[in-house]
Design a protein around this ligand. Structure first.
Ligand SMILES: [Zn+2]
Length: 459
């Protein structure tokens, strides 16, 4: 018995990776409970599961949902916030002012709740079914992650969530002083969350400890993060080498990967965002520790921090997925396309990163990065029924031969028509089934106004 049969679609299974996956025209997916029961031809599955509820996916693509491995959902409150660029002279200023003073230090629990609901809703409507989110807000703890989880559960996206542990003191330059007490508060926030949302298991929301960086934490804090991650089996999310390495070298005489390896923090359960300014030795360190790289091409570009060595990482067999910090739009299509293009122009080589490789970076690779390779990332019997149905708005045929190229050429998030998580229809024909979209958006705008006014912006 199946509960649901999605039939007559162009089914893309993406098993293991895009090259070994099947492309099934006239395909069907049978769902039982929260899991995929069977994938095959519509004729075969219709005979077998005739009594199930049916979604007719004629003219549509049926595939696993996208997975984004680095987000900060509360950041959306600062989208379009007017910025006085005369106050910003460098990336350092952007971090200090845009990131910390004008946003994170002013973040409240209500702001986290409103922004996270909006961001999760938008990502779902654009086909993203799982995210790894790092919450920041030193004045919003304790309780920041509870606000985040409440929002995520209402909307219905799958998420790993952690609070960013940092020794940074709000209002004080990190060059002047750090405080281990701040990190302790961050650990407490993570531990309290992990007690309610443990890692592993079957929960749609799970904890993953967040660590800001090697330069805003002492070696003792990094060691503690590793100890706790081992104890709770939850893995770590962290930013590595998103700033020029000179800063780390000045502080420790070593690069970030070296510092983190010596602290014992690195490992196959680490999801590391950015990883831009790396030497050959740094790359080797990340590879030998099986660190999962999160490529964040747009925010790397915004900060003027360079282009990560992604083609080399892929050549070396490193696991690379895509993140976006929630700094620009929440539309996965934009990140797929930008990551697909930027390495070609940067290296003056059009052969780098073919379309299938980019799709791996939002499907199978991130599933493995999050330790969920056996649960999500492909349409495989036994895996979670996290499925998206896309109605391509294309000026040309989307066929088994052209469908992979469609994702880099003309795919837009607005083409995503329906989204299922755990077999539950969360987005139906472009509309959320779980929340009132206008109410979610209205509350987010209200919270953005509150934040902006704190920055002296009349609104
Ligand atoms: Zn980040």
């Amino acid at each position: 018995m199946a509960d649901l049969l999605i039939k007559n679609g162009l089914v893309l299974t993406f098993e293991k990776d895009t090259l070994s996956g099947q492309i099934i025209p006239g395909g069907a997916v049978a769902v039982r409970g929260d899991s995929i029961l069977k994938v095959g031809k519509t004729a075969d599955l219709s005979n077998k599961y005739g009594s199930a509820k049916v979604i007719d996916a004629s003219g549509r693509i049926v595939m696993p949902g996208f997975i984004i491995t680095h987000t900060h959902m509360p950041y959306v409150l600062a989208h379009n916030q007017p910025v006085d660029f005369s106050q910003l002279k460098s990336f350092w200023d952007m971090l200090q002012k845009m990131g910390w003073e004008w946003l994170e230090d002013l973040t409240t629990g209500d702001g986290i709740y409103a922004a996270t609901r909006y961001a999760a809703m938008k990502m779902l409507k654009n086909g993203t079914t799982t995210v790894c989110d790092m919450v920041e807000g030193p004045n919003a703890i304790p309780g920041a992650l509870s606000c985040s989880a409440r929002a995520i559960e209402e909307v219905g996206i799958r998420a790993q969530v952690g609070y960013e542990v940092t020794e940074r003191i709000p209002g004080v330059s990190i060059l002047e002083k750090l405080d281990r007490g701040m990190a302790e508060k961050g650990f407490e926030e993570n531990l309290s969350f992990l007690s309610r949302y443990p890692a592993g298991g079957d929960g749609r929301v799970q904890g993953r400890i967040g660590v800001h960086t090697a330069y805003t934490n002492s070696v003792d804090t990094m060691k503690k993060a590793r100890e706790l991650a081992d104890k709770h089996g939850c893995g770590i999310q962290i930013h590595i080498a998103e700033i020029p390495r000179a800063f780390l070298v000045e502080k420790y005489g070593k690069s970030a990967p070296r510092v983190l390896e010596e602290a014992g923090l690195l490992g196959p359960d680490v999801v590391a965002a950015h990883c831009i300014d790396l030497t050959d030795e740094d790359l080797k360190i990340l590879k030998r520790n099986n660190v999962n790289i999160v490529h964040t091409p747009m925010t790397n570009s915004l900060g003027g921090n360079g282009v990560a060595r992604v083609p080399e990482m892929l050549d070396q067999g490193m696991n690379v997925s895509i993140g976006h910090d929630c700094f620009f739009t929440l539309n996965t299509a934009e990140y797929i396309r930008y990551a697909y293009l930027v390495h070609k122009i940067h290296n003056a080589n059009p052969m780098l990163i073919p379309p299938f490789q980019i799709l791996d970076m939002v499907l199978g690779n991130p599933a493995r990065a999050l330790g969920m390779g056996d649960k999500i990332g492909s349409l495989t019997p036994g895996k979670k029924a996290d499925i998206i149905i896309i109605k391509p708005d294309s000026p040309s045929p989307v066929t088994p031969a052209s469908v992979i190229g469609y994702f880099t050429m003309t795919f837009q998030g607005g083409d995503v028509e329906s989204v299922l998580i755990d077999g539950e229809l969360i987005v139906e024909k472009g509309r959320m089934t779980t929340v009132d979209e206008e109410e979610v958006k209205g509350m987010c705008i209200d919270e953005a106004k509150i934040l902006w006014r704190k920055n002296g912006i009349e609104v």
